[in-house]
Design a protein around this ligand. Structure first.
Ligand code: PHE
Length: 449
């Protein structure tokens, strides 16, 4: 068995795991699913799911990851002393593969926006024109595929270099910068005319707006933004020494993630209402609202450029984690195979992602189950495969690993109390599986049986 890689520093791990968590999920997806899913009520559900289901799951992945010190697939068989459990890791690796195939499409859109901005194409447009521009950009088959390829090439180059040199360094610089820029953006948004309408929309819950489907979206979103259910967090924890404080790391990551999602909401919804737009505009939301907010700011273009670069970084650090687990699974942590495997896997992901990319262009009319290819991929990953993976991991951790072993693992590097552990354990054993199954059945329309 090859020697596991190790993180260089404690904060490096937290930043890299937070870097995996914070990405398109919190910044791009959260505002638009909250916008379609009912605003404040959706936010509340998302927060509840994050704390009650996300937190124990994150700890669960951390515990078994560090315990197993192995690849995302083999950890399960190793800990359960039975290779048949490896299937949970296999589902995670497959999910991660599909996920990156369309995630890279959106990463490409950000790159195209940066190119557009640098060539002066974003200056002086009206509100409607920003929306149209987005439509034009994402429907151009050649440039979107080229941009998606660039996104994948950068991801491959960084991950081929290995965990600590690539991922850790990049995360250390970008996370703090992202936070600062977001704060500036929110301050500007909140001072727009009519900003309070947007704040109210995001913060004041109206439960009549919730549907079974939006509850499923809130669940999927909670798992998606924390990178849960696919063994990414497990893999990152497998590179940890026993001195790392797991509960503290988990809490920091969850807080950071919630803060970024809230900041994204507070940056966007005031703009939406101030400019008289619709909060349920979908994926276009951030791309059409933010340029307008920045346009109302001194040095707006400069700030917008900085924002897009950080947004891109955030997407990259998440993408790194997705490809990292596939590489870890394929190479079984054999460093000599890393470079070649990363290239082969990355290129395959790119190819599989092309139809998703084209589903905003030449394949726009292709609908499967009433969804475009891109939407179908996103729905399958976010609302089916990730919750399914989370369900299996919750069952595995709480029912296959002895409770005493889990607590012993958690205590290494932390002085966490037994009560906190027991609450998380209880949630993992009963509440997480039941909640996931109920939400699934409800969304499938089976709840009236
Ligand atoms: N958490 C990432 C985001 O919000 C997405 C992700 C999911 C990354 C699963 C890795 C694994 O953008």
């Amino acid at each position: 068995m090859a020697q596991q890689e190790q993180w260089k520093s404690k904060i490096g791990f937290v930043l890299a795991a937070a870097g995996s968590a914070i990405g398109l999920g919190a910044i791009w997806k959260f505002p638009y699913v909250a916008g379609t899913g009912g605003g404040g009520a959706f936010l509340l559900l998302f927060l509840a799911f994050t704390l009650v289901l996300g937190m124990p799951l994150l700890l669960g992945e951390f515990m078994i990851g560090r315990m197993g010190q192995s690849s995302p697939i083999q950890t399960y068989g190793k800990l359960a002393l039975n290779p048949k459990w490896n299937f949970i890791g296999k589902i995670g690796v497959f999910t991660s593969f599909l996920l990156l195939s369309f995630y890279s499409v959106v990463g490409g859109w950000i790159i195209l926006y940066i190119v557009k901005l640098l060539s002066g194409g974003l200056a002086g447009l009206t509100q409607d024109q920003y929306g149209e521009l987005f439509g034009d950009i994402i429907s151009n088959s050649y440039s979107t595929i080229a941009a998606q390829l660039v996104f994948m090439l950068v991801t491959i180059l960084v991950v081929a270099k290995g965990v600590q040199k690539g991922i850790e360094l990049a995360s250390k610089v970008m996370m703090p910068a992202l936070l600062i820029l977001f704060l500036l953006l929110v301050i500007r948004s909140l001072s727009l005319d009519g900003a309070m309408e947007g704040v109210k929309f995001l913060l004041v819950p109206d439960f009549s707006k919730l549907t079974s489907e939006s509850i499923l979206f809130a669940l999927g979103q909670a798992f998606f933004t924390l990178s849960l259910g696919v063994s990414v967090m497990l893999t990152y924890a497998s590179y940890l020494p026993k001195t790392q404080n797991l509960p503290q790391s988990a809490v920091s990551i969850i807080i950071l993630n919630i803060v970024i999602a809230l900041l994204a909401g507070l940056a966007i919804f005031p703009g939406v209402f101030s400019f008289g737009m619709e909060p349920n505009a979908g994926p276009v939301l951030i791309f059409s609202v933010l340029p307008a907010v920045f346009a109302h700011m001194p040095f707006g273009t400069l700030f917008f450029l900085a924002f897009l670069l950080l947004f891109l970084f955030a997407a990259f650090t998440s993408a790194f984690s997705m490809i990292e687990i596939i590489v870890a699974a394929v190479t079984k942590n054999d460093a000599s195979k890393r470079k070649k495997s990363t290239w082969v896997i990355g290129m395959l992901i790119f190819i599989v992602g092309v139809p998703s990319c084209l589903s905003y262009g030449v394949l726009a009319d292709v609908h499967i189950f009433n969804k475009t290819i891109f939407d179908l991929m996103d729905y399958t990953v976010s609302n089916i495969l990730m919750p399914l993976g989370a369900l299996l991991i919750a069952i595995f951790v709480s029912r296959k690993i002895p409770k005493g072993d889990l607590f012993a693992e958690l205590k290494q590097g932390s002085s966490v109390g037994y009560t906190f552990f027991s609450i998380c354990y209880f949630l993992l054993k009963y509440i997480v599986p039941i909640a996931i199954i109920v939400v699934f059945l409800d969304a499938a329309g089976l709840s009236d049986w």
